[in-house]
Design a protein around this ligand. Structure first.
Ligand SMILES: Nc1ncnc2c1ncn2[C@@H]1O[C@H](COP(=O)(O)OP(=O)(O)OP(=O)(O)O)[C@@H](O)[C@H]1O
Ligand SMILES: [Mg+2]
Length: 271
């Protein structure tokens, strides 16, 4: 059964999309069947895996608003074992539409819960994958709430910068609220330090304060700040295709191994 991991942080530009793309691709290369869901109207995860937004039949917007079945919205990428449900700008208007749909359904005494839309749809395809990664937008609105309602866990990218922990309490509170209201089993998968610059002492201070806060949840792998990681999406390539022997590929493959290891050892401890 697929493990659903939401990549969340309401703070913008911390590496959510870069991590969604390259962790998904790395898990695929390591033999896991992966579905990446682009849940950001910007659609950067979609283009980042080489899917042309102009040629999309249906996207996550159509899935959430019941205009297209989820099975028809899954697109295979050039990366091994990696499929994606794309996002397009129309996703930006989804909240109003979901409220409207919920009202209509209520009138006809049918069940419809706008917070559970992604969960209801994913339940149909979940078993076809080992991992389902959700790239969340930089807000805690209806889209992120849908991700938190369906995810088994959250992976939180944190940028190695002075204000790294700013907003983290709000994020933790939101995760705890989701646990109480809609998803009691929601767990913290891990905290990923991103964009570490080699030439500053600041990085080390930030790392120790984040480790103090999140303890063993912080991955050993730290993603360095690398031009190649920023360039790859403009070529529609994951880092594994764009710079297969480079440091970025190495870092994300290491992260994928850690993710697999953590999940493997959990399974063992359960069974
Ligand atoms: N390790 C890295 N090294 C260099 N640049 C990076 C790295 N990770 C991300 N970037 C760049 O930083 C910017 C923000 O990254 P990204 O889009 O992954 O963050 P995000 O959290 O998804 O942003 P948003 O909140 O807008 O969705 C992008 O231009 C990306 O290419
Ligand atoms: Mg993003």
């Amino acid at each position: 059964m697929g493990k659903i991991i939401a990549i969340v942080n309401q703070k913008g530009g911390v590496g959510k999309t870069t991590t969604s793309i390259n962790l998904s691709a790395s898990l695929g290369v390591l033999g896991k069947k992966v579905l990446m869901i682009d849940l950001d109207p910007q659609g950067n995860a979609t283009t980042g895996v080489g899917v042309d937004k102009r040629n999309i039949g249906s996207s996550i917007y159509e899935v959430l608003t019941m205009k297209a079945p989820i099975e028809q919205s899954i697109v295979k990428t050039k990366s091994v074992n990696l499929s994606v449900i794309p996002a397009y700008l129309n996703l930006a208007g989804v909240e109003m539409e979901l409220i409207e749909l919920e009202r209509k359904y209520k009138e006809s005494n049918n069940k419809f819960n706008r917070v559970m839309r992604l969960r209801d749809e994913l339940s149909k395809v979940k078993d076809n994958y080992d991992y389902i990664l959700i790239d969340c937008p930089p807000s805690l609105g209806i889209l992120t709430t849908n991700a938190l309602a369906t995810a088994d866990s959250v992976l939180i990218p944190v940028q190695c910068e002075y204000y790294a922990l700013e907003g983290i309490m709000q994020l933790i509170n939101t995760v705890m609220l989701a646990q109480r209201k809609v998803n009691p089993n929601l767990d913290i998968e891990g905290v990923l330090l991103t964009m570490l610059s080699v030439n500053t002492n600041l990085g080390l201070e930030v790392i120790s304060s984040i480790k103090e806060f999140f303890k063993e949840r912080v991955y050993d792998t730290i993603i360095p700040r690398l031009i190649k990681l920023a360039e790859a999406p403009s070529h529609g390539k994951t880092i594994l295709d764009y710079d297969p022997r480079g440091k970025g590929t190495k870092a994300y493959l290491n992260l994928a191994k850690e993710v697999i290891e953590r999940n493997g050892s959990k399974e063992e401890s359960i069974g």
